[in-house]
Write a protein that binds this ligand. Structure first.
Ligand code: FMN
Length: 373
């Protein structure tokens, strides 16, 4: 199978991508404990530079929105400098990279923010638990887990600060040499918490009906596009996902509203997590991809449990313009080559997905370099 559609070039905003294979954002927790990107990360991203576009791992724009050990940030000059090494390495390898801008909202544990209560639209906790920061005698193994806590309802001043942090994050991303930014509005983090009806019970201008629940996103889009220009801005959404206790009373209407906003601002792309098969999340009963396509004229990237042939079929059918791959990129730095040649994919060691250093991160061999193949 030649996968002709997947390997066609694509105009995405200000960029021309050589193929339609997108590296999905993957949190791998290899920054320093102070959230500064490392040389290891530069090597890891450069190894994957032959895809059409790399979307970086989620990158915190505000210390109050950072709740994960050793994830990178984008709010200090040291972080910008660390990222500049990453973007230089990717560009030197011929690639393109966007920064995924992140605020975790209610999914931040107090342990990460000096014991303070995390911020959210409404005093309702996320469902489940997450990694707590390690104790001083940490030996590098698995991190302790703690349940999410009830967040403090954000005031208008808190909301303005978060919007400013997104604008500042976008400015720092450009300073660091990123080709653009992706607004992370998926997976139950801050923006998604405002968007989805079961997490947002506000009665002010930031809650209630769809214009209310999308207001934070509108303000963030305005701040980010003012800095980067709409042709260097994308958005990631998961309106049908129930992960971390999320849920919306009408995902179709939510998808329409977000697609209309993205169209209004002229964003470069919408990146939709909506699996074709079970895995990272279940396939929704009523997929929204075709609704988004009907409203949004920019590039649509679909994500979720794809392989080469299914991605090619999706693009050939006009369902999406490009497909992103997450888990396959963990163990296959040369995913493009492997899919092009219909070569087998290596399996990831998920024990090292979120912890560790070089092992299970940038030590996966390419096909030709792999032993006994
Ligand atoms: C280890 C790991 C880290 C992830 N980190 C992020 C992230 O930082 N930001 C994000 O939007 N999604 C993140 N995701 C979700 C992936 O981008 C993707 O949506 C998911 O893996 C499904 O796609 P796949 O079937 O191609 O793996 C992560 C997933 C995994 C497995």
């Amino acid at each position: 199978m030649s996968l002709d559609a997947l390997f066609q070039p694509l105009h995405l905003g200000a960029l021309t991508l050589p193929n339609r294979v997108i590296m999905a954002p993957l949190t791998r927790a290899r920054a320093t404990p102070g959230n500064v990107p490392t040389a290891l990360m530069a090597e890891y991203y450069a190894q994957r530079a032959d895809c059409g576009l790399i979307i970086s791992e989620a990158t915190a724009v505000d210390p109050l929105g950072m709740g994960w050990y050793r994830v990178p940030g984008l709010w200090t000059s040291e972080m910008v400098e660390g990222w500049a090494h990453v973007t230089s390495a990717v560009h030197a390898a011929g690639g393109r990279i966007f920064a995924q801008l992140w605020h975790m909202g209610r999914l931040v544990l107090p342990d990460y923010i000096g014991g303070a209560q995390p911020l959210g639209p409404t005093p309702l906790p996320g469902e489940g638990q997450t990694f707590a920061p390690p104790s001083l005698d940490y030996d590098g193994g698995f991190l302790p887990m703690k349940p999410y806590v009830v967040p403090r309802e954000m005031t208008h001043a808190d909301i303005s600060q978060a919007v400013e942090a997104y604008g500042g994050g976008a400015a720092n991303a450009l300073r660091a040499g990123f080709d653009g930014v992706e607004i992370h509005a998926a997976n139950g983090y801050l923006i998604d918490q405002f968007l989805q009806s079961n997490a947002n019970h506000r009665t002010d201008a930031y809650g209630g009906d769809l214009p209310g629940r999308t207001r934070l996103l509108r303000e963030i889009m305005a701040a980010v596009t003012a800095v980067a220009g709409p042709d260097r801005v994308g958005i990631r959404i998961s309106p049908t996902s129930a992960r971390k206790g999320m849920g919306d009373e009408n995902p179709d209407a939510l998808a329409d509203a977000v697609a209309s906003l993205a169209q209004e601002f002229g964003l470069a792309y919408i990146h939709l997590i909506e699996p074709i098969a079970s895995g990272f999340m279940e396939r929704p009963e009523n997929p929204v991809i075709s609704r988004i396509r009907a409203i949004f004229r920019g590039v649509v990237i679909q994500n979720g449990s794809f392989d080469g042939p299914s991605a090619d079929a999706c693009i050939a059918a006009g369902q999406a313009d490009a497909v992103s791959f997450g888990r396959p990129y963990i163990a296959n730095p040369d995913l493009v080559t492997r899919m092009r040649g219909a070569l087998p994919l290596a399996a990831a060691d998920m024990d090292y997905a979120y912890v560790g250093d070089a092992r299970g991160y940038n030590d996966y061999p390419t096909w030709r370099a792999a032993p006994s193949q």
